[in-house]
Design a protein around this ligand. Sequence first.
Ligand code: HSE
Length: 379
Amino acid sequence: MNVALLGLGNVGRAVFDILSKKEADIFKNYEVNVKYVLVRNVENKGIDKSLLTTNFEDILLDESIDVVIEMMGALVSYDYMKRALLASKHVITANKEVIANHYVELQEIAMKNKVKLLFEASVGGGIPIVHTMLNSAPFNHITKIEGILNGTTNFILTSMHKEKISFEEALKLAQIKGFAEADPTADLEGLDMVRKIAILSMIAYNSQIDLNNIYHYGISNVDKEIVEVIDLLDYKLKFIASSSLGESGIDITVEPVALRKSDLLANVDYEYNLIRYHGEGCATQMMYGKGAGPTTANSIVFDLGLVLSDYRQKFMPALSLESNGNVNVKARYIMKINDDFDMSIVEKSLGKMVISKEITGDKLNEISSTISFYARIID
Ligand code: HSE
């Protein structure tokens, strides 16, 4: 399978590395060959120069290219994706703007040309929420989706709460870490989340979504004082996307929310995302993970796996690895002890209750008859 990568930014480079190292199991059965990497200029890229091109036509006209992976997030992305599909090439993309605005048109072209249009990386970075939603929606009447869908703004708000730094400092850090869009206005004003919640709502409710009717209010004006007061009132400021299906249609908002500190969403920090959805069949489900940065590459490779094979239907475990139970687990334990307990492994004694030093599971098993209960401590 010959692949062309469009873009060599943070995600593009991470995908290039994964495809070059070929460590994932899938590459044991399938040959994946990166034949082109489309870049703006070929200087100082640190990869084999013969792979680099600045001309999309090279890729389009090369009939041996099976898959085009779009990771540029540029104005021309839509055009390139459309032309690749028209040329019967599978397209994998991280581009939420194009998917949110042009999915129906592109999917029609893909179907007509018997190729796939896959976009797992467009929502939630490395979290496989798109496929989960595609698998779940037809069997569950999904009525609600909510969550933190932008790593940059969550990183900014978390850093302002925890490190007490300014909005500008936090934004700079998010940019250095490669979470922010080229123009961070899309993150800060909520447009990035508008696109992501539109994509999830489209799948969940089986409906086209008009992006112009999504309400959004950004966080660009947040300052230290706002965060301080919200913190003092025992809330945490989060930037949340919510979508619900009601009798009169679909209500979607993207706005700052003050959440009780005990709320689960309030404890999703830094670049992490959490998506919670509710359906009649599945009740409430959640997915949590890194929503921005290099892990997004994993979602691209996940889609590539879907182009390569129906490996999910064919799954049969290939290895017989040793199962070690708890013997290698190292931990501290809180224990209720009997009289014959070995006190040399005690870190702190509270009468019949003790906190142990760090011991291995082996040791825990050895002393099990001298305790009546234990709980592993996770700090
Ligand atoms: N700028 C986006 C974010 C990248 O911060 O979530 C991942 O979509």
